[in-house]
Design a protein around this ligand. Structure first.
Ligand SMILES: [Zn+2]
Length: 403
């Protein structure tokens, strides 16, 4: 197929396939066959043939609101988000959340449980699989509709193989084939990533889809970040990108981090570190959630500490801003609930220390999804994979062969 006279940019050869057509409808760029003819440059008959294949697969359905003002209304097409479901899991250090979503990432059912990831893969994954079974049952239980599984883990993950790699707080998990096990158990593709990466994906997809460069910072017991660049997670060469918790901050060489180094950001400003500091003042603080409660109650030492933590985090983020130039920094994780003192501390330092060009339109905002960011991100990670044009094309070829 030639590129036509409009000097369209070179494509990878997939322009106008059924998968591309689904993407145009799913993202709202096309709602009629006429739109698809105009956008793809394909013959009307070719578009009709591909739309028929997508209708047969139930990924497209007739429908949507007709904007016609007279004459014969154009036949509208809509993405059928009910054509399947996805299992999503956000495994945290001490508590986890699991959900079933539709193909638009809408949560249909979910549950959460206090379970320590340190109990090991046998215990945690057995619970996870049972919880997924129960949720599928709750949603009608048709395994035929299951399209994929997505999981976030609280440590570094080799994305290509779905295995955690020397995760510091996950004894027994090193190189455990999590993705392979779930793919075999459920008979669908299973993707595994670091929990902060999936939170970045969830936040980006739900609120900031028009901003291709977003830095998500999780401040919980520890501190980590996930960077969305050009609309996709930037994982680095070994899946270690974004680990800002162990960047050295000045003037804290007396603080030893669990990684063995001194003066790490997380050992200075993480939720666990703040809890220890407040406990030393006799406030009875045990966890990062206690810290948040004391900040919100206006406890002066807690408020001061939150602001100081914000300054330390802001110093590291100022360097990240100069390096990465994100348009948005989203602050999430348990400790983000401390609100204004923490956020103000971060903003003060980032705007003072970063280059003006990089901060001209930079926004630093709290997470919109809160503790749902991981679950939404895990689902979206799967959806973006199984609904990618090439994956849809391959699935349609398989379906036509087995028909
Ligand atoms: Zn460290």
């Amino acid at each position: 197929m030639s590129a036509g006279p409009s000097a369209a940019p070179p494509t990878n050869g997939s322009a106008g396939t059924a998968g591309t057509i689904l993407e145009l409808v799913r993202t709202g760029r096309a709602t009629t066959r006429g739109d698809l003819v105009a956008l793809t440059g394909l013959a009307r008959s070719t578009v009709a043939q591909r739309v028929d294949a997508l209708l047969a697969s139930r990924l497209l359905v007739p429908g949507g609101d007709s904007a016609s003002t007279g004459g014969r209304p154009p036949a509208m097409l809509a993405f059928n988000s009910a054509a399947g479901v996805v299992l999503a899991g956000d495994i945290g250090a001490t508590h986890s959340r699991v959900a079933v979503t539709d193909l638009a990432g809408t949560v249909l059912a979910q549950q959460r449980k206090d379970i320590a990831v340190a109990e090991g893969p046998a215990t945690v994954l057995t619970w996870l699989e049972g919880a997924f079974d129960a949720l599928l049952e709750e949603c009608g239980g048709d395994r035929m509709d299951l399209r994929g599984v997505g999981i976030g883990l609280p440590g570094p993950v080799e994305f290509a193989t779905g295995r955690p790699v020397t995760p510091p707080i996950m004894p027994g998990w090193n190189l455990h084939p999590v993705g392979q096990r779930l793919a075999e158990r459920f008979g669908v593709p299973a993707l595994v990533d670091n929990d902060v990466n999936i939170m970045a994906v969830g936040e980006h997809w739900s609120t900031w889809r028009d901003e291709p460069f977003l830095l998500f910072v999780k401040i919980g017991t520890g501190i980590g970040s996930g960077f969305v660049a050009g609309g996709h997670v930037h994982r680095g060469a070994d899946g270690a990108a974004g680990d800002i918790g162990h960047i050295h901050v000045p003037d804290h060489d007396d603080v030893v981090c669990r990684c063995g180094n001194v003066g790490c950001l997380e050992a200075v400003a993480g939720g666990a570190a703040m809890a220890v500091r407040l406990a030393e003042l006799g406030l009875g603080t045990r966890t990062s959630r206690d810290v948040v409660a004391q900040v919100l109650a206006g406890q002066p030492d807690a408020v001061r500490l939150a602001r100081q933590a914000g300054h330390a985090i802001g110093g590291v983020l100022a360097a990240c801003v100069n390096m990465l130039n994100p348009a948005v920094i989203v602050i999430g994780g348990d400790v983000a609930g401390a609100g204004e003192p923490l956020l103000a501390g971060i903003r003060e330092v980032v705007y003072r220390r970063s280059l003006p060009l990089a901060t001209g339109r930079l926004r630093i905002v709290p997470s919109q999804l809160g503790d749902e960011a991981g679950i939404i991100g895990a689902a979206v990670m799967v959806l973006e994979t199984i609904l990618a044009p090439a994956a849809v094309d391959a699935a349609l070829v398989d379906a036509s062969r087995s028909a």
